[in-house]
Design a protein around this ligand. Structure first.
Ligand code: GLU
Length: 431
């Protein structure tokens, strides 16, 4: 949405453009600060002004309101359309998908919207140009709770296309809520990666002074350009300050806090690396990049469910769901248990040719169905357990395994085997 006619005329008459320091008098109050871009979620009569404290305020303008320009924008504040290319630097393709990292606050409602273009994101981090040539595009502009399997499939294709066209690395800015799922999906869908694919997010939108968007993006770029291993990773804050960032394996990472900047943790495996604010990466284990083409295997069995076992779970309520699903992941209690009254349902699903995979809602530690009678009964009903794999990783992997193997036995074997560092055995086996 653009400015209303009357506000556009008032801005033109005052000679006010983005980046100018202005004074706006409205409703009996005076606001001074830098005029920010007007984005599609702002009301047509609202100016967004970055005031001295660093906060942005929305100022409702009326026909009698006044605008005065105090300072013209410096060249550096003007918006750039293209990031200049420097010889000899590695190339990173940035594929925007939305989320807080790409968001503005709507000053009418206070809600956050994913509206920032990919080049806006790059231009907001000038230091990134010292480490790489970055080209940017937007694939989606959504919050990650609205991501679904089709989005993962399109994203996998877009990442492979960038790498096959010569990108040394790909960065995917993404909403944090379901970033772990997407990271797991890309881990399985992309084969023969020639460089790192790094998902990165933010817990605070980039127009807030406390934003972690730029620092996470810069840390991701530093990891990408330091000759680090091929694979799918998540890079996010590792502390509350801006001094430490963690690189997590895409199949091992979970958002563990609703709002803290250091919300992401590797589960059952150490982070792949840590990056400090000066860009030092520990451990520094650069790998020779693989050669060849990245292959996309993005078929997914959609009749797959992820269920959390809870005391009082009624087998009757889940009969229909479990019978209709080809893949069932259950996040069980403790070592991976369910109430014994669920076991006949598990048996029925397995007898129907479905795969039932048991993980643990404890998250830390491994499942083991051999210790108690309940577990043994589940095994003899046909369920399999997958060591210390995260439930969401098991869900994504099962969808993928069922769609990329010839039969149920092959899918089960694939589930039990670590193929992208997804379960306890740290060996990585390519399929
Ligand atoms: N819920 C939104 C998302 O996951 C915003 C949260 C965020 O990006 O941190 O996209």
């Amino acid at each position: 949405m653009s400015y209303s006619d009357s506000l556009s005329k008032a801005l033109d008459a005052a000679g006010a453009c983005e980046g100018a320091r202005i004074e706006a008098e409205s409703g009996g109050r005076t606001y001074r600060g830098v005029l920010m871009p007007h984005h599609e979620f702002s009301s047509p009569d609202v100016l967004i002004i970055k005031i001295g404290s660093g906060y942005n305020v929305g100022v409702r303008m009326w026909p009698e309101s006044k605008i005065t320009v105090l300072d013209r924008p410096h060249e550096a504040h003007k918006k750039e359309d293209a990031v200049p290319v420097a010889d000899g630097l590695p190339s990173i393709s940035l594929i925007g998908t939305g989320g807080t990292i790409a968001s503005y606050v709507d000053y009418r409602t206070g809600a956050v919207h994913p509206a920032l273009s990919a080049s806006d994101m790059v231009n907001a981090v000038p230091e990134i140009r010292d480490v790489a040539n970055v080209s940017a595009k937007v694939l989606f502009s959504i919050f990650s709770e609205n991501m679904n399997v089709e989005h993962w499939q399109k994203l996998a294709e877009a990442v492979a296309e960038e790498m096959n066209n010569g990108a040394d690395a790909v960065i995917v800015p993404h909403g944090t809520d379901t970033m772990g799922y997407t990271a797991a999906a890309l881990s399985f869908m992309l084969e023969g990666l020639t460089g790192p694919v790094v998902l990165v997010g933010a817990q605070r939108s980039s127009d807030r002074p406390s934003s972690d968007a730029s620092s996470n993006l810069l840390a991701a770029a530093r990891f990408c350009t330091a000759g680090h291993r091929a694979g799918v990773f998540v890079v996010m804050h590792d502390s509350l300050g801006d001094d430490s960032f963690a690189v997590h394996a895409g199949t091992r990472v979970r958002k563990m806090h609703t709002s803290r900047r250091d919300a992401f943790h590797s589960v059952n495996a150490p982070p792949v690396a840590h990056i400090d604010s000066s860009g030092t990466i520990e451990p520094h284990v650069p790998e020779k990049p693989a050669h060849g083409k990245v292959i996309v295997k993005n078929a997914m069995e959609r009749n797959t469910v992820l269920l959390q076992y809870y005391p009082g779970m009624s087998p009757g309520l889940f009969d229909d769901i479990i019978t209709r699903s080809k893949g069932i992941v259950i996040s069980g209690s403790g070592l991976g248990h369910v109430n014994e009254n669920m076991v006949p349902l598990i048996r029925k699903a397995c007898d129907n040719g479905s795969v039932v995979v048991i993980t643990s809602q404890c998250l830390s530690g491994s499942t083991n169905l051999n210790v108690y009678n309940t577990g043994r009964d589940m095994l003899s009903a046909g369920a399999i357990s997958v060591g210390d794999m995260l439930p969401e990783t098991a869900y994504v992997k099962l969808m993928w395994a069922l769609a990329n193997t010839r039969d149920v036995e092959e899918a089960k074997n694939l589930m039990k085997r670590p193929i992208r560092s997804d379960t306890g055995d740290r060996r990585t086996v390519d399929v």
